[in-house]
Design a protein around this ligand. Structure first.
Ligand code: SAM
Length: 408
């Protein structure tokens, strides 16, 4: 495997993200193809995520220093953003890091490295309006301010999260015996790991732990399905929630549109030594299956996951909100048909908007008088509750909305 300069590698990843790739898989791929120490891998990760999270503020800092920003190569603009991020948002010594970025620029852009040197030495953080400081698209900032009142919590979406793990029986002991530092998470079966990456963990290879944010796990917990119960996991993706339910003794069938995700899910379930039945189905059509416990983890805009998916900030458009809510309403209606009498339906999305959350569930309850909301108090910080509840995305938690709906 080739050695790589961490800054040059971060730049390559950022340039790919600028061309439309997702950050996490692009970064994983880059890290797996180079021989880096864990400290170097940490630097690449910080540069990629930090630059994407702070892009709006960095642009505001850089633009006044550039005569013709639009005329510069896109990759050079990423280099300036990443260099400015490292200088303005990390404690690393400015002189050394500017020199390091100028060396990368010399190799990639020759003469233009003089511009990089001049700009990175001068760049400073300007005062900016709150949406720019928080790194949010304007429409999302306005929606959050109008719907939740205060938006200061969104600053936490710019801070890194620990590695969250869901632990299966024997998982804690395995982590302890390999000397991994971990702390109990906010829910049973969750821990947070500091200073180790997943690829280093023997407990992961042994199938005793699963990376998963506690907010995501809580959606499965809210079903409250007893051992032996049949569960439908709708829009189940690679079956991460299904895995925990199966570990608790549920008989789970997981439906999703994308067979490639389900293939990855089968391999993961094999690693975990658990059984889930996967079936491919487009849930825009009703399902010829029913069960007393149904989980719909619907596709959504993902606004609660901006910390882990920082590139979403560049993609989100206000028009997507209506489209997302229309699909969710259709999927929820179809999910409701699959709930047996007196059964439970949990609706979850990793998004913090009214049309994908409370608005959607209120309209559902109007259309389905045979269902009522039965959402319990949750042990995670809350932004707002009504028929369902929104999780506040602080302390490394993803933002989620869940509603538990009971039939009859
Ligand atoms: C938020 S993800 C849920 C992932 C999964 N439940 C988990 O815990 O990792 C939404 C899922 O919805 C699936 N999806 C999107 N449109 C769908 C449709 N029309 N029918 C079925 N699944 C769909 C996507 O493939 C994706 O896996």
């Amino acid at each position: 495997m080739p050695d790589a300069d961490p800054r040059a590698l971060a730049l390559r990843v950022l340039d790919h993200v600028g061309r439309g790739k997702f950050a996490a898989p692009t970064l994983d791929h880059a890290l797996s193809r180079h021989d880096l120490t864990s400290q170097q891998a940490g630097l690449v990760t910080d540069l990629v995520y930090g630059t994407l999270r702070r892009e709006r503020w960095l642009e505001a800092a850089l633009t006044p220093l550039l005569r013709d920003p639009e005329g510069l190569p896109q990759e050079l603009r990423w280099l300036l953003r990443a260099g400015a991020y490292e200088k303005l948002f990390t404690p690393r010594p400015a002189h050394a890091l500017v020199n390091a970025w100028v060396s990368v620029a010399k190799r990639r852009f020759g003469m233009l490295s003089g511009l990089v040197n001049a700009v990175l030495r001068r760049v400073e953080l300007p005062p900016v309006p709150e949406p720019v400081r928080l790194g949010l698209p304007d429409f999302l900032y306005s929606h959050w301010r109008d719907y939740f009142g205060d938006v200061s919590w969104a600053a936490a979406l710019n801070e890194p999260a620990p590695l969250w793990l869901t632990v299966f029986p024997g998982g804690r002991e395995a982590l302890r015996s390999e000397g991994t530092n971990f702390e109990a998470g906010p829910l049973p079966d969750t821990v947070s790991v500091h200073g180790a990456s997943l690829r280093e963990l023997a407990a992961y290879r042994q199938g005793l732990v699963q990376p998963q944010n506690p907010s995501s796990l809580l959606a499965a917990m809210l079903l409250d399905a007893p051992a032996g119960a049949r569960v439908l996991d709708l829009a189940g993706g690679a079956g991460i929630k299904a895995a925990w339910l199966a570990a608790k003794g549920a008989r789970v069938t997981s439906y999703d549109l994308r067979s490639s995700r389900q293939r990855a899910g089968r391999r993961n379930l094999e690693r975990l030594g658990l059984e889930v039945e996967f079936k491919t189905h487009d849930l825009r059509r009703p399902l010829a299956d029913s069960a007393p416990y149904v989980l719909l983890d619907a596709p959504c805009l993902g606004t609660g996951t901006l910390r882990g998916h920082p590139e979403l900030r560049r993609r989100l458009r206000e028009d997507d909100l209506k489209e997302s809510a229309a699909l969710q309403a259709l999927l929820l209606d179809n999910a409701a048909r699959s709930v047996a009498s007196a059964g439970v339906l949990v609706y979850a999305v990793c998004s913090l908007t009214e049309p994908e959350g409370e608005g959607l569930v209120a309209a559902f309850l109007d259309r389905h008088p045979d269902f009522s909301a039965d959402t319990p108090a949750i042990p995670l910080p809350r932004l707002r509750s009504g028929a369902g509840v929104y999780v506040k995305p602080v302390d490394g938690l993803d933002g989620f909305y869940y509603a538990r709906l009971r039939r009859g």
